[in-house]
Design a protein around this ligand. Sequence first.
Ligand code: ADP
Ligand code: MG
Length: 568
Amino acid sequence: MPIRILSREVSAQIAAGEVIERPASVVKELVENSLDAGATQVEVEVRGGGVKLIRVTDDGCGIPAEELSIAFERHATSKISSVEDLSHIGTLGFRGEALPSVAAVASVTLVSHPPDAVGGAYITLQNGQEAEEGKQGAAPGTTVLVRDLFKSVPARLKFLKSASTENARILQVLSHYAIAYPETKFRLLLDGRLAFHSSGNGEPRDALVEVVGLETARALLEIGLVGSQGSVEVAGFVSPPDLTRSRRDAIATFVNRRWVQSRTLIYAVEEAYRDLLPRGQHPVAAVFIRLAPSEVDVNVHPAKAEVRFRREGEVFGAVQLAVRATLAAHSLVPLDAGPIANVLPAPPPPPRDAEVALEAPPLFLLTTVPALSREAPLPLLRPVGQVATTYIIAEGPDGMYLIDQHAAHERVVFEELQSARREKGVALQGLLNPLPATLTPLQAQALEAETEMLRLYGFQWEPFGERTVLLRSVPPSLREGEALQALLDALADAEDGRPVPLEERERRIAASVACHSSVRAGQVLTVKEMESLIRQLEAARFPRLCPHGRPTMVHLSSAQLDKQFGRR
Ligand code: ADP
Ligand code: MG
């Protein structure tokens, strides 16, 4: 084919693809526009996972009637005008791409009434082309209606997940902006149901309640003022070290009130917890940093979800120091306050989760631990006793084994659950007294998305008022007292709405049930109980790792023992 310049329509669709990846991107762009317009109230309505309809209504400054059609031109913006402006962006938008991109992949109507204008006006676009324009009465502010998203782009449509997954993503967007803009009132309607709202009372902690739940929000520590760390201000909330999640994504980071996925910031928060959290556990945090717009480049990607810092080391240090100092101020044992911010070099790249999970802890000095292998069968072991009511000491044909009783039991229950589910389904344990559970909007969304899977594992419930469910049956291995927490943990893992393969979703539910079904550290075991646990572990397929990837045991060989005692 000869080289040709693509038609306007094709190039518009290509460009739109970078900005509008899914329904949640539309919501994000439109809500950002509302916030840039100074809205005090933003209402979002979504139908059919956003594919059928997305409506965003605000009470912001509006668009004058004569500017309606230019607002939909590519690179048309009221927010910047020169190359210089690009180096200090103070608004959420600036690329002038959102409206034309949405219009390229959906039918759009925008109605706007600037408060000081006499009346309102509307514009309608089909396939990126203006279809109609005229006067229309409307309350002051702007409403954007987006219908039939991706109807003209079947390839995109095919890649979307279920409506409930897309809804979960949209909830994420709304709830994060509600935290960053606590003075703005947000409402989200999903298929006519009020799924999320924030009060707009200016208290970020109140907005957090809707996202992480009342108990967690109450427990979070507010980051104290830590003098002036150069040009970077750090604020927000972090969890005390005893409140953790098994996934890293409960750390939300904001730069100049923009919700961003910043590896630097997330890593800085994690570093502040160094030595305070068990392996594989992560904090819950909402961290806001403020710095001069010239210090940060938001023009990295069309979706504006990533940023680059001019002085990354300084930002990293400031966040780490502020979080560490907050933890130290609330700690009963003295913590060192962490390194001085300004001398820190740029942070090394954060480790990948899998690497963290599989790394074995060092055992004794001078000895090396044989690599943990996943499938090597266990030798026959004889329990000798228990240390710290946490580890079982056992003897094998080649030395000594220390078995983490909780991790080992988790592995056993996990495999039992998985095979029961595959064979005949996990049995149901009916609860005499159904347990009421009040869910956050994200948890409610996750429960809906995972209903089928959770039922296969023995959870049954019925709705009981708005966002409350009555738990009626649970997997038989669960003790009643742990049932609720097991369900909430399973939901915490599912609630981020990120597409996760089926097998991994199963694994997460089984792992959280196993965790809450297992003997705890600190529980006294009789020799008989230890023996029976070891027998079960020997029968497991992967006896050496718990379902979260931590080791169930460490081995000290006879040769290593001899060496330690100078016998060889
Ligand atoms: P950008 O936000 O990058 O400027 P957009 O395509 O999102 O680009 O919007 C184009 C312009 O339309 C904005 O610069 C703004 O002037 C106007 N606009 C869009 N949405 C709103 C709104 N909800 N209220 C007021 N003005 C808006
Ligand atoms: Mg915009």
